[in-house]
Ligand binder design. Sequence first.
Ligand code: GAP
Length: 443
Amino acid sequence: MEKNIQNNDLMNKIISLCKRRGFIFPGSDIYGGLANSWDYGPLGIELKNNIKREWWRRFVHNRPDVLGVDTALIMNPKVWEAVGHVQHFTDPLVECRSCHLRFRWDHVKGDKCPSCGGELTAPRQFNMLFKTFIGPVEDQSALAYLRPETAQGMFVNFKNILETSRKRLPFGIAQVGKAFRNEITPGNFIFRTREFEQMEIEYFIEEKDWETYFNHWLEEMKRWLKDLGVAGDKVHYHEIPEGDRAHYSKRTVDIEYNFPFGESELYGLAYRGNFDLKNHMEKSGQDLEYTDPETGEKFLPHVIEPTWGVDRTVLVAMLEAYQEEQAPTAEEGETDLRVMMRFPKWLAPVKVAILPLSKKENLSDKAREIYADLIKDLVCEYDETQSIGKRYRRQDEIGTPYCVTVDFESLEDNAVTVRDRDTMKQERTKIGELKRYLKDKLG
Ligand code: GAP
């Protein structure tokens, strides 16, 4: 059960680190923020892009059976009527009769207001679609919705993709993009927001094969989590019982993570049958059937849908990477708190920091030369402010795997010291071999 983060140590530490170091800022900050809206800063966008890029590489570029799309955020409202969102995309809402705060009924324990203990109203269904108007007239005929999932953009393009790519079953369509939901109780930092990003695949199959491909995608999702650096014992695979599943689904697994505020959904995997294509075919009047090239048989493919939330992935990556330890300082016998984001190397926003030992001109010149060469291939930071110890700590805190220190000896021997984030071990490397050395280490 998801709880509020107040007093939650690890979440507060992550939120504060995110703001302090430029991962994630409160949205519209200079105007006092906008509740539950967040902006990704220079490091946050690198982290998020690394996630999206790796996902795309793995599930689109490396697979001959999956094709990518990027579809519109505002779709014809008939799309959302056809698949039932206009009628049924709801959560139960209750309101406190005393303080008038509103809550999602299924998130409230007991029958009293979680804030003031007041009496709650009976639950009513609240539709989460974000409404907008197309064009200058704000009436029913101009009503439209911001998409609440990327999925439908793929279903409505099924025919286009089939005709242009001439793929045979099984094949998938993938998309990464924003989705909008007017959530009743957003919260827990970037866990539940009204604007978020998804990475989804609609994988089209013959009905008889559904179990094979359901298991295939479950394994793929497990592999993804492992490579993200997520500890296996923090992940739970929750089989949604028959009565709680959408009526068209024969199997749904929620992939849950042990967040500091409770165990909650991270990703989902659903067998959607032919529900979406069937409804779109009926409501659009278009023939969306697939013709088997061997038998000539016409039928509507069934679908396995693995879905990943991008922002929840960012949150889990941060929670898993966060580490504190007592580390020695330059002062003999002294230690201080070393905060480190132990991201897997592929995930780290900055791969290499270039640090001249002192600001003295000839050291800076040499270090800048190295930096100018490395940034052609790697995301790097150049930093010559403060003591070297403080600069190492800063890089540890943002999870930079390697720091390159340029010292006075470098001017003599054309070599630099490379410090490893995890072991703090330092190795001397020739400048001419540095790029190759770092690339090998970064994998
Ligand atoms: N097409 C299926 C679908 O949208 P969902 O379980 O409603 O399924 C998929 O959403 C994923 O999107 C979730 O597993 C979660 O990672 C993410 N997600 C959903 N609502 C969210 C919100 N309000 N804030 C952040 N992420 C959210």
